[in-house]
Design a binder for this molecule. Structure first.
Ligand code: SAH
Length: 374
C-alpha cells in the first residue's frame, strides 16, 4: 500500500486514492481503469497511460476430466511463460488432522486451492524437477504473483480459499516479492486469505526460514525434504551443500517455536533410494525433535525433458511400497498424507506444462536446433 501511495502522489494525487485503487484491483478485481468509477476520468486516463493492470495473460489451460484440477499457462508481458494449478479439493498441504485448526480450513467441497509460481525457471537443479531443467530466467514481481490468483479466481468464478507457493521456482530466492505478494493477498481489504491458508514451500533456505519466523507472518511452511540422509539429499538437491539437513531441521525447530505451525515435509519416494526401513527410522528420530506432517508426493516422470545422468535413474516407488512406507510412519504417530495424483493427466507437476510449451516454441522458432538436438 505504501508503494501505491507513493505512486499516486508522484502522479499529483491525494494519498487516499491508493486505497481506492487497491480495492479496485484486489477486492473488486477490476480489469480496466475505466471500471473505477469513483476515480475521476482525468486521473483514470493518467493511470491508463502510466500503468497497466494486467501482468499475466491467460494462455493455454487444461482441465483434468477426472478431478477438475486446472492447469493454467500464463504469458508474462515479456513473453515468458509460467504456470499455476487450481485444485478444487483438497488443499495439497492439508492433512487429516490439523493441530492448529481453530484454523477452520474451509470444508473440502468449498476449498479452492491455487498453486502459484514465484520464478520463471529455477536455479536450483533438483534432479527430479522439470522446472530445474529450464535453468533460471527471472524472478516474478509481487504483481505477477498476485495476478495469478486474480486471474484464476476470475476463471473459476469462485473465491480462492487456499494458496500454496509450490509452483515453478524457489520462493526463498525471490523473498521480498513473495512476502509482498503474501501481504497483499492476506490484506483484509484485498483477497483476505488468512495466513494459515497460505503455504510456502522451500527446497531449504535455512536463513530465510528463520527470517520468516522473525517477521511474524504465520504462514505454513513446507520443506521439500526427499531424504534425511545428507549424502543422498545432496545428490538429489545440490542446495544441501549450502544448508545441511541438520541446519534445516534446526531452522524448522526455530520456525515451529516462533509460530506454532507444524512444518510439512514433502517427500517423493524413489524406488530403493529413499523408501527403505532406514529412511523410516530417520523420520521417527526426527519426529521426536519436531512434530512432523509428511506429504508423500508420487513422482511424476520428467523423462520428457530429455534428462540424463543421475536424474534419469530415478524411479517412483511402486504404490504398495509407498503405502508400506506411509504405514510405517503412521505407526510412529507421524501424520502422513499421500498426495492424490491431482492433475497427473494434465502434466500438473512442477514446471511440466511450461517446459513442454517452451520446447514446442523453440522447435517452431529454430527447427535447425531441433534437428541438431534429436
Ligand atoms: N522450490 C520449492 C517450490 C517448488 S517445487 C520447493 O522446492 O519446495 C514444489 C514441490 O514439487 C516440491 O516439493 C518438489 O519437490 C515437488 N516436485 C518437483 N518435481 C516433481 C516431480 N517431478 N514429481 C513430483 N513432485 C515434484
Amino acid at each position: 500500500m505504501k508503494e501505491l501511495q507513493a505512486f499516486v502522489e508522484a502522479l499529483g494525487e491525494k494519498k487516499y486514492r491508493a486505497a481506492q485503487l487497491f480495492s479496485w484491483m484486489y477486492s473488486k478485481g477490476a480489469e480496466s481503469f475505466d471500471e473505477m468509477t469513483d476515480i475521476s476520468k482525468e486521473f483514470r486516463e493518467v493511470l491508463a497511460s502510466s500503468a497497466r493492470l494486467d501482468t499475466v495473460k491467460l494462455g493455454r489451460k487444461s482441465v483434468s476430466p477426472t478431478d477438475g484440477t486446472t492447469k493454467f499457462l500464463f504469458q508474462l508481458n515479456d513473453g515468458l511463460m509460467i504456470e499455476s494449478v487450481l485444485i478444487p479439493a483438497p488443499d495439497p498441504d492439508s492433512t487429516v488432522e490439523e493441530e492448529d485448526e481453530t484454523d477452520a480450513n474451509p470444508p473440502a467441497d468449498k476449498r479452492l486451492t491455487l498453486c502459484v509460481s514465484t520464478q520463471v525457471g529455477c536455479p536450483l537443479d533438483c534432479k527430479f524437477c522439470a522446472t530445474g531443467t529450464m535453468g533460471f530466467l527471472r524472478n516474478l514481481t509481487a504483481g505477477e504473483i498476485v495476478d495469478q490468483v486474480l486471474q484464476a479466481q476470475r476463471f473459476a468464478d469462485r473465491r480462492i480459499t487456499n494458496l500454496v507457493y509450490m509452483g515453478m521456482g524457489e520462493p526463498m530466492l525471490n523473498y521480498d516479492d513473495v512476502m509482498k505478494s503474501i501481504d497483499i493477498i492476506t490484506d483484509d481489504r484485498s483477497l483476505n486469505i488468512g495466513f494459515r491458508h497460505v503455504t510456502v514451500s522451500t527446497a531449504g533456505y535455512a536463513d530465510r526460514i528463520r527470517q520468516m519466523a522473525d517477521e511474524g507472518r504465520k504462514v505454513k511452511l513446507a520443506l521439500s525434504l526427499h531424504s534425511l540422509d545428507s549424502e543422498k539429499r545432496t545428490q538429489l538437491m545440490p542446495i544441501t551443500k549450502k544448508f545441511s539437513v541438520e541446519t534445516l531441521i534446526e531452522a524448522l525447530e526455530y520456525y515451529y517455536r516462533k509460530t506454532h505451525r507444524r512444518p510439512t515435509f514433502e517427500y517423493i519416494p524413489f524406488e530403493g533410494y529413499n523408501d527403505t526401513d532406514e529412511d523410516v527410522k530417520r523420520f521417527v528420530r526426527l519426529s521426536k525433535r519436531i512434530p512432523c506432517k509428511v506429504n508423500i508426493i508420487p513422482f511424476h516422470s520428467i523423462a520428457f525433458t530429455g534428462i540424463s545422468g543421475f536424474g534419469a535413474t530415478l524411479r517412483p516407488s511402486p504404490r504398495d511400497q509407498m503405502e508400506r512406507f506411509a504405514q510405517a510412519l503412521r505407526k510412529a504417530n507421524i501424520t502422513v498424507m499421500i498426495r492424490g495424483s491431482s492433475g497427473e493427466d494434465i502434466e500438473a507437476a512442477c514446471g511440466q506444462l511450461a517446459v513442454e510449451e517452451g520446447k514446442k516454441r523453440k522447435s517452431r522458432q529454430t527447427p535447425r536446433t531441433r534437428r541438431a538436438d534429436s
